[in-house]
Design a protein around this ligand. Structure first.
Ligand code: HEC
Ligand code: HEC
Ligand code: HEC
Ligand code: HEC
Ligand code: HEC
Ligand code: HEC
Ligand code: HEC
Ligand code: HEC
Length: 504
């Protein structure tokens, strides 16, 4: 049944898209010919007038010239009719071909008062302008994820599915989907599911897309493309604004929205945003590097730095975990090994565990020097659109150095807690890997492990993320200063636990 419908779904064939844009071109050609006809009319009227007045002045009545004037007028009306008819014909060609299928959807939904907002937003979209209807997205395309094909539908049309995968968008936007699949967003669901305690959380939080799942769904079923340009407007201009990223990139362990909005860059954005023209493509903003225009963002927004030229393949050099391999600095590598053991990626002897497979699959860390350098180069190219390159490089290198300092504190904390397991002061649960298991997040047994997790996921993150987003307060008071405080607490608590243990 599904297959059958798909075969008749116009969205299935690239021909259809060609057809719709062909008839769009015809429509434009029709308008152009009408305009040309109007031009010719103005010319002939002007000629007729010139003839008339010239003749009156001379007092010489020339019937031949009148005749020519009249002929021009007739010609004008004829041409206008041709232009009008061809416009009408093109319109007739666009509408039924594309709209027929979604007309049924809209008719019934309007009649029954269902999803009026969706219809309204769609009508304002670039899709509606080009005749891309409801059916093109809501009837799963060939190769759509099985989960979507198999799900029940509340719609009276049995072919309709509520959820839409990037497979449907791919029929017309294969370039954007291919870029997206290369980037980190497409790995988001995988990364979430790879965490050891994901299975222990209520369904609503994960598969129900309410907590972790609400943000990580961006990578579910080959990508949710309405994450930044929301349905049913699907506006590129909306996605260019930093607010588009805010719902997910905020809060506890990745407060990029808060850090950016209160950085110097973000304050300039807030002061001047009403002047900026977000309908322009990102790649066009600085095409004329020395052009003065209040419409071009004077301060960068998220996509200036992370989606250069509109590339949908977002990724950074350090990534979320701020880990890279290999590390040439030996001292630093020592700290990093302790952290990797804490993450259960290396075992007690420093040998890779099976978790390294998950890290690789979800691209959680850059695993070659070249990969890391390529991302850093891309970023420096952005900064040097506005700043001096040497200055910008030094700004970023200061933060690289700060990651080493944060890792030193982190390694000491991991060591202390690890020592408690080793000496039998804290029991190590059977399902833990060799290390302390930072990836269990809050699913731990004791206060000291809670402090360790907060130190890693909240405070270490803020130290370097605040640095990279030029936010002094996040870097220092919410980041570095808190790490120091965590470490004091961990030392104190370990001492107390050891004494308690000695006392029996
Ligand atoms: C004969 C009436 C009718 C037609 C035709 C129709 N729909 Fe529906 N649609 C409904 C009803 C009724 C619902 C249920 C609303 C609810 O209670 O959530 C619905 C729900 C939906 C939903 C949500 C489904 C879900 O599982 O939550 C989508 C998406 C949808 N319709 C899209 C479409 C599209 C696209 C078409 C055309 C291909 C279409 N509809 C044609 C009546 C119709
Ligand atoms: C360009 C693609 C596209 C078009 C065109 C489109 N939709 Fe949707 N629609 C989506 C996406 C994406 C979702 C979110 C699906 C998900 O959760 O995975 C959605 C969700 C929905 C939902 C369920 C969720 C909700 O907010 O209630 C309804 C109902 C719906 N669309 C109706 C329509 C109707 C009616 C039309 C035509 C006027 C339409 N859609 C056209 C992409 C589209
Ligand atoms: C049947 C073809 C088709 C499908 C399917 C389709 N689109 Fe489009 N899309 C178009 C066309 C045509 C345009 C208009 C392009 C233009 O104006 O140059 C467009 C424009 C866009 C734009 C740019 C709007 C703007 O503000 O300039 C976005 C974003 C977009 N689509 C996203 C999506 C997403 C996401 C999906 C899947 C949920 C999707 N499209 C499905 C054909 C399609
Ligand atoms: C629906 C939630 C959501 C939205 C909206 C969203 N993101 Fe993300 N983003 C994520 C998740 C989840 C990840 C982590 C994916 C992973 O690494 O597995 C991520 C990862 C990233 C990364 C990669 C970081 C790294 O580890 O290298 C960048 C950069 C990024 N997002 C930028 C943006 C920008 C810019 C926007 C807005 C234009 C945005 N995101 C909108 C959820 C979102
Ligand atoms: C508010 C939205 C949101 C929620 C809720 C959320 N995440 Fe994330 N998650 C993100 C974003 C955004 C990133 C990328 C942050 C960055 O790179 O700085 C991310 C990154 C990750 C990463 C690292 C991926 C990588 O490649 O480095 C993992 C693993 C992860 N989240 C798992 C989870 C789990 C498990 C939960 C629930 C217990 C959860 N997240 C809750 C938005 C969220
Ligand atoms: C992280 C946010 C984000 C996500 C997720 C996202 N987009 Fe976009 N999209 C953008 C931004 C920003 C632009 C504007 C790009 C520009 O100015 O060149 C854009 C523009 C577009 C355009 C218009 C391109 C053009 O050249 O006019 C299309 C089509 C599009 N996206 C499709 C998709 C599809 C398909 C997906 C899912 C695979 C998707 N987007 C997911 C942020 C996003
Ligand atoms: C001035 C450029 C710039 C702007 C604006 C910017 N970022 Fe970043 N972002 C960076 C740099 C630099 C890094 C670190 C890159 C590296 O690893 O070398 C980064 C890293 C990230 C990461 C990975 C984890 C981290 O924080 O280090 C995410 C996710 C991210 N940014 C999202 C966002 C979001 C969302 C916004 C807007 C609210 C934003 N960024 C605004 C430059 C910027
Ligand atoms: C679109 C232009 C633009 C881009 C791109 C840009 N900046 Fe800026 N940046 C500015 C402006 C304007 C200011 C405000 C200067 C001031 O404070 O006088 C600023 C301020 C700063 C500041 C704080 C003020 C200072 O002088 O110490 C830092 C740090 C900074 N930028 C770093 C970066 C880095 C790193 C990048 C690349 C990841 C970058 N910027 C990309 C325009 C830009």
């Amino acid at each position: 049944m599904q297959e059958e419908k798909n075969d008749t779904n116009p969205a299935e064939s690239p021909e259809h898209i060609k057809r719709s844009s062909d008839s769009y071109d015809e429509l434009k050609a029709g308008m152009a010919s009408a305009a040309a006809a109007f031009g010719r009319f103005r010319e002939s009227v002007a000629r007729g007038m010139r003839i008339l007045f010239a003749d009156e002045e001379k007092g010489d009545f020339n019937l031949m010239k009148y005749f020519i004037g009249l002929l021009s007028l007739i010609l004008f009306f004829a041409l206008t009719m041709v232009g009008y008819v061809s416009v009408k014909e093109s319109k007739m060609e666009v509408k039924p071909v594309i709209m027929e299928a979604s007309e049924q959807c809209i008719d019934c939904h309007v009649r029954k008062g269902i999803s009026a907002g969706a219809v309204r937003d769609w009508k304002m979209s670039a899709h509606a302008a080009k005749g891309i209807g409801c059916n093109e997205c809501h009837i799963p395309a060939k190769g759509a994820p099985e989960r979507i094909v198999a799900m029940p539908t509340a719609c009276e049309d049995p072919n309709v599915r509520r959820e839409v995968s990037s497979r449907n968008c791919k029929q017309c936007h294969s370039d954007k989907v291919a870029e997206f699949m290369k980037g980190k967003h497409s790995k988001a669901w995988l990364a979430m599911e790879a965490m050891p305690t994901t299975k222990d959380q209520p369904d609503a939080i994960m598969a129900g897309e309410k907590g972790c799942g609400a943000c990580h769904k961006i990578g579910r079923d080959e990508g949710q493309c309405d994450s930044c340009h929301t349905r049913h407007l699907f506006s590129a201009a909306e996605a260019r604004r930093p607010e588009a990223c805010g719902t997910c990139h905020m809060g506890f362990d990745h407060p990029q929205w808060e850090m950016y909005s209160t950085s110097k860059h973000g304050m300039i954005y807030q002061t001047e945003k009403n002047d900026y023209d977000f309908s322009r493509k990102i790649g066009d903003w600085y095409k004329e590097p020395f052009e003065a225009s209040s419409k071009t963002p004077r301060a960068p927004v998220c996509v200036t730095c992370h989606m250069q030229d509109g590339g949908h393949d977002v990724s950074t050099a350090w990534g979320f975990l701020a880990l890279r391999l290999p590390e040439e600095d030996e001292e630093w590598m020592g700290y990093r090994v302790r952290i990797l053991q804490g993450l259960g990626v290396l075992d007690a002897n420093g040998k890779p565990t099976e978790r390294l497979g998950a890290v690789k699959a979800a691209q959680m860390a850059r695993l070659t020097r070249e990969e890391w350098e390529a991302e850093r180069r891309k970023m420096l190219n952005v900064c040097s659109q506005c700043h001096g390159e040497t200055w910008a490089r030094e700004e970023l290198e200061k933060i690289d150095g700060l990651i080493k300092e944060a890792d030193r504190l982190m390694a000491e904390a991991v060591d202390i807690v690890e020592g408690l397991y080793r000496d039998g002061i804290l029991p190590r649960p059977a399902d833990y890997p060799a290390g302390v298991d930072l990836l269990r997040f809050y699913e731990v047994q004791s206060g000291i492990e809670q402090t360790l997790y907060v130190m890693f996921l909240e405070h270490r993150m803020r130290t370097f993320q605040g640095g990279f987003h030029s936010n002094p307060d996040y870097l220092h008071w919410y980041g570095w200063a808190e790490m120091k405080r965590d470490l004091v607490e961990i030392r104190e608590e370990a001492r107390r636990l050891r004494e308690e243990h000695k006392g029996g």
